[in-house]
Structures are given as C-alpha cells and as structure tokens.
Design a protein around this ligand. Structure first.
Ligand SMILES: Nc1nc2c(ncn2[C@@H]2O[C@H](COP(=O)(O)OP(=O)(O)OP(=O)(O)O)[C@@H](O)[C@H]2O)c(=O)[nH]1
Ligand SMILES: [Mg+2]
Length: 461
C-alpha cells in the first residue's frame, strides 16, 4: 500500500476524529445528591445551633453533629460522580461509529489485496477483448472506400503540413530568400528530416537559378514533383513467394501498432484470396496472445500460439510447420515490442529470423518494421537501429491519421533506403493498404472540398 493510500485510510478512520471517543460524562445535580447536600448543610447548622444554645454542656453532641454535616456536604460535592447512562442518541452514534470503523477496515483490506495481487487472467482477457472490440465499434457513417479512408485519414497532415506549404508558397508574390527559408522551416517542422530538406532546397535553388523561375506557383509544382520522385524511388509492392509459404516477420517498438497491423494484413490478404495464418510470437507481454487470437477470430484466420513466457523461437518453428501443414500461402509472425536500444532484445529477433530462414523456403520474405507516424524524428532513429540489427525489407507507417506533420515518411525512407510497404490510417481492419505513392500524394495535396470520391483520383492498382 502506498503512502497516500495509507494516508487516505487513516484520515477516514474514527481515531482521526478527536471529538468522537473521549467524551467526558457531564456533571448532573440529580435529586438525591441535592438532598444529601441539604442534609449535610442542615447538620452543620444544627451543630452550630446546639453549641450556641447549650454551650459547653453539649459540646460533644454539637461537634459530632457538625462533623456529620461536614462529611455529608463533602460527600455530596466531592465524591466521584457515577457516569450517567448514555442516552439513545449517543448509543446510536456509537453504533454508527463502530459500523464506520468496520467498513474502513474491510476497505483497507480490499485495497491492500488489490495492490498485492495482479489482475486476474479473466479480467485481463476481458480488457483485451474491450481493446480489440473498441477498435471495431460500428461506424455511424456508411462504409468508405480505401481512397475515402485515406483522404479522411490524411486530413490532419493535409491541413497541417501541406496546408502550411500551400499558404506559404501560393500566398507569396515573389520567390526570394525569405520564402525559401520559411519553406525550409516548414519542412523541418513536419519531420521531413535534415537530409531530405537540404536536398529539396538545393533542388529548388538550382531550378530557380537555372530556369529563371519567378512564379511561386511553379515552386509549388516543383516541390510536389520532387516529393513524388522521392517516394517513387523506393516504391515496391509487398513480396509474395511464387511457390510455397510466404513468411512475414513484423517487428517494432512497443505500442506502434504491430498486432493491429497484422490483423489488417490478414484481412487484406484474405480478401486477395490468400490463405493466411498468424503466429503469436509475442510471448512476453501479458495478454498479447489473447489479443492476437481475438483479431484472428475477427479476420477468420488461424492463430498458432503457445503459452505466455514461452520461447518465441520455438513458437516460430512450430508455426512455420503448422502453416505448411495447413497449405497456407502466408504466415505473419507477431513479435513482442522492444526498444531499439536494447541489444539483447535485438539478438532475440536475429534468432527468430534465423529460424524463419532455416524452416521456410527463402523466408522471411518481408521483415517489416512498424513505425508510429506520430513519433516524428524518433521513428527515424528506430528505423536506423532496427535496420542495423536486422536487414529490413520494408516499413509499415501507422497512425498517419493522428499526425498533422506526416513528413516522417519521406525522412525514414531516405534514412534506410527501404520502401514503405503499407500505411495505416485508422484503427479499423480496413484502414491499411499497400503503399502507393501516387494515391498518397493525391490525397495529401487534394483540396478538401473537391477530391472526395475514388473516381477523382488516378489510382494505381
Ligand atoms: N489511430 C490509429 N491507431 C492505430 C493504428 N494502428 C494501430 N493503432 C492503435 O495503436 C494501439 C496499439 O496497437 P497494437 O497493435 O496493440 O500495438 P503493438 O505494437 O502490437 O503493441 P505491443 O504489442 O504492446 O508492442 C491500439 O490502440 C491500436 O488500435 C492506426 O493506423 N491509426
Ligand atoms: Mg502487439
């Protein structure tokens, strides 16, 4: 129990209230006590009277009477008072106090137990179910096409990063060093990265000088073209084995969206007519197995899983053989989230990769690093270090719907010279697709009002 909880409990206990228990009984001059006092005083007066009237002859009687009076007066005043009986109100209060104390004691015990015991497996399971179900709440709006989802998902970046570029360039009347400097700043702010920004600026400078460009509109067009060329330079479709089982290994730091991406991939490839099997390779995080099993149920694909705390390498071995036995086309392996700076966790990934390589023909066909677009430049560092540990074949950029920057996609490809293979623009099963630079840029640069239907785009399928 921590200090503040202890404090809370002790503050609410009855002992904390000084007025509650130490109440002294009130002095009450009941009738009998008054009578004793009166008799005592009368005897005193009688003693004095006898002495006054009878003189020395009755001296002894007067003294005895006086002493008796004195004693009775003392008795009436100084003898300890009996505690008066509690009235009904007070005994009710006492009962209430006892009940309160009992309830505080049981509450203390309950809190202590809660802190000492971990969440029961049943509670954990229901929490996982809630998490996965939460991502699939029925939509109030009608089902959208991928292009509409993409367009919606990129709203923040379109109005943020791209909106700023548009305002800057199209709002200028001339091309000068101020404009180019502001442009540079906007690119940095949007996580486009130092290298890409410098190259972009050098390209614009050269074009402006060589072709004597004076219209800012042309700068805008040049910028768009350059960004498109950059994305096209790396673009590559997801690899699928021509014959036999294809194996995808999904890696990344904690919470970037690996397991959700796996569910989305299972959904996508199933719709493409492939038989997909999932491997619950995250044996580390509590309830990770339950999470992928629920996603598997939803995507209607088999999940090969072991026990929590088991060896992920052994699980991958079993999963490859189980997938082959089922004649699956694609096995997607989940892994536990890990920090890119932890060498021992990176070597565990290498071990998994070796097993996949040995047990499958030419696998893993994709080693996909999942990156959370909202983490900005940190995603670039992650890509660099994971790529040093394992040769990445591609990237999955998730949560593009949650960022107004969106430039990290350009930076990260340049950094490791590997393509973005999938992008995620939401939590739902249909919110992920293979990355197509053309449709991505069209959604990014589309005007919010006039480019909302799939037919408005020149979609590369
Ligand atoms: N908005 C949004 N949320 C996403 C996207 N992809 C995943 N998420 C959410 O990201 C959270 C984490 O997803 P997981 O799939 O559990 O992440 P993980 O990388 O497997 O996490 P660990 O296994 O703990 O390392 C979930 O709440 C997902 O719904 C996306 O493209 N957009
Ligand atoms: Mg996971």
């Amino acid at each position: 129990m921590n200090q503040s909880q202890k404090q809370q409990i002790s503050d609410s206990s009855p002992e904390a209230d000084p007025s509650s228990n130490n109440k002294k009984p009130a002095k009450v001059w009941d009738e009998s006590r008054l009578i004793v006092l009166l008799i005592g005083l009368s005897l005193l007066a009688e003693g004095a009277l006898i002495h006054y009237q009878a003189g020395d002859s009755q001296f002894l009687v007067a003294v005895v009477t006086g002493i008796a009076g004195l004693l009775m007066t003392f008795m009436a005043y100084f003898l300890p008072f009996e505690q008066e009986p509690e009235d009904e109100q007070e005994s009710g209060d006492k009962q209430e106090l006892e009940n309160k104390q009992k309830s505080v004691e049981s509450k203390t015990e309950e809190i202590t137990q809660k802190i000492a015991e971990p969440e029961s497996p049943a509670t954990e399971k229901s929490l996982v179910k809630e998490l996965v179900t939460g991502a699939e709440k029925p939509e109030a709006e009608p089902e959208l096409s991928w292009i509409e989802r993409l367009n919606k998902g990129l709203t923040k970046t379109r109005t943020g990063f791209i909106g700023k570029l548009k305002k800057l360039v199209l709002g200028s009347t001339k091309i000068d060093s101020d404009l180019l400097e502001e442009l540079e700043e906007a690119l940095y702010e949007a996580d486009v990265g130092v290298k890409t920004t410098e190259e972009l600026l050098a390209y614009l400078h050269e074009k402006v000088e060589k072709e004597n460009i004076t219209d800012p509109n042309q700068i805008y067009t040049l910028l768009k073209e350059n960004l498109k060329d950059r994305l096209n330079k790396y673009a590559a479709p997801p690899t699928l084995s021509k014959d036999g089982l294809t194996v995808y290994l999904i890696i990344g730091v904690n919470g970037v969206g690996k397991t959700t991406t796996i569910a989305k991939l299972a959904n996508y490839f199933t719709k493409e007519g492939k038989k997909v099997v999932l491997a619950a390779g995250d044996t580390f995080r509590a309830a990770a197995i339950d999470q992928i099993c629920i996603w598997g149920e939803r995507a209607k694909v088999d999940v090969i899983h072991g026990n929590e705390g088991g060896d992920p390498g052994a699980l991958v071995f079993d999963a490859i053989h189980a997938a082959k036995k089922r004649n699956a086309d694609l096995l997607i392996i989940d892994t536990a989230g890990r920090m890119h700076v932890k060498a021992n966790l990176m070597s565990e990934l290498k071990k998994i990769q070796k097993i996949a390589e040995k047990e499958s023909c030419g696998g893993p066909h994709e080693i996909l690093l999942v990156l959370d677009a909202t983490t900005g430049q940190n995603a670039v560092q992650q890509a660099k270090q994971f790529n040093e540990a394992l040769p990445l074949t591609g990237l999955v950029v998730t949560k593009l719907d949650g960022t107004a920057k969106g430039g990290v996609l350009f930076a990260v490809e340049e950094q490791i010279s590997a393509p973005v293979k999938f992008i995620g623009v939401g939590e739902k099963m249909n919110d992920l697709m293979p990355f197509e630079p053309t449709e991505y840029l069209q959604a990014l640069f589309a005007d919010d009002t006039d480019k909302k239907k799939e037919s408005d785009y020149n979609v590369v399928k």
